[in-house]
Write a protein of this length. Sequence first.
Length: 212
Amino acid sequence: MPDRKAAYPGAAAYLPASHSLTACRKAVDACHGCPLYRRATHAVFGEGAAHSPLVLIGEQPGNDEDLSGRPFVGPSGKLLDRALAEAGVDRGKAYVTNVVKHFKWTPSGEKRLHKKPDAAEIAACRPWLEAELAAVKPVTIVALGATAGQALLGRAFRVTRQRGVPLTTPFAPHLIATIHPSAVLRQRTPDDRAREYAALVADLKVVAATVT
Ligand code: URA
Ligand code: SF4
């Protein structure tokens, strides 16, 4: 059996000599470490405060992020901004990024539908995330959803069981996982949305307590 994680050459060869955020942000658009670059508009690198105590990590850019080149600017990002503000966290003081830097999608009529990155793509893209974490050196990492949680804590991670409690990783003294903001948007009824949104805010309050 081939090792699925070694399915692609990976991003390592595309990292610049200096692993600074500025140098990486310039270099990432030319990354061909896995096939996802082929159908995306831009790579989307993280952005925000370069030495922030707080790094928020999502899954991958969505349609709006792919077009603008910036993380969490679409509907999920707007909901995240609102939840952060309500929890007392200033997004402007955080660093926000994704596990995978290119948008993976499948056509549906005129639309481009988000498709989950697989383990091989996540492994291929990991050098960019590791460079970001090494540069920012956060006190607290927020894993937004299962993809980010599993990328940082391993495949056994379950967001339903481990959300909202401070965990540790080699990358930061604290890691707190919560649901992805898109999971709030996907709820079918206003009541379900309100309940999931409140649970997201509650988890982000745990985050706020680790950095204030
Ligand atoms: N979803 C993510 O995980 N990241 C983004 O940047 C946007 C939507
Ligand atoms: Fe490189 Fe990551 Fe884009 Fe794949 S998804 S091409 S590894 S930046």
